[in-house]
Design a protein around this ligand. Sequence first.
Ligand SMILES: [Zn+2]
Length: 214
Amino acid sequence: MHSLFSDGELLPSELARRALVLGHEAIAITDHVDYSNINTIPEISAAIDDINSNWDITVVLGAEITHAPTESIPALAEKARELGAKIVVVHGETLNEPVVEGTNFAAVNCKEIDILGHPGLITKEEAELAKKNDVALEISARKGHCLGNGHVANIAREVGNDLVIDTDTHSPDDIITFERSIEIGLGAGMTKEEILKATIDNPRKILKRNGIEI
Ligand SMILES: [Zn+2]
């Protein structure tokens, strides 16, 4: 999810409140970053601590490395970790934006990355590297980014990648229910079993590896 600390519309507290009402157990706030704003990652941690100690939802601090030169992705990921990001996403080569070619490869080649967001027409070689480096691939609920979902689901099945179904929330209407996430998965050609892994097991696995149990 993105807050108004990048290009989202809501404060972290409203994101959490709206997600809680729709039944989410956990959300990650992964604002877009490059070298211009990466130092702002910790600015929302006080709000996250406040939410986590008072409400029945887990909010995770993260970052999404976005439209950065591919050469800088490993250093940006390391910096995001140092600044407290528990989930590090890379804004992949969506069919919807002119993301620089090689971004998917740079992301799956970096062990610090948890999720390659909307990887568009990811190649089999990139998917194999993602599996080796434990980088999950995203099935996106967001319009535009979702154009590659069918391809991503197919290649992940062939290679054995972990998938996650993400909302990529920017505005209130982007926050989806569990039922809607099942529809998104079915629309991508996923089986019910694959969808449950991508909505429950795989997110839990990523959080656990980063020290967060839910
Ligand atoms: Zn993105």
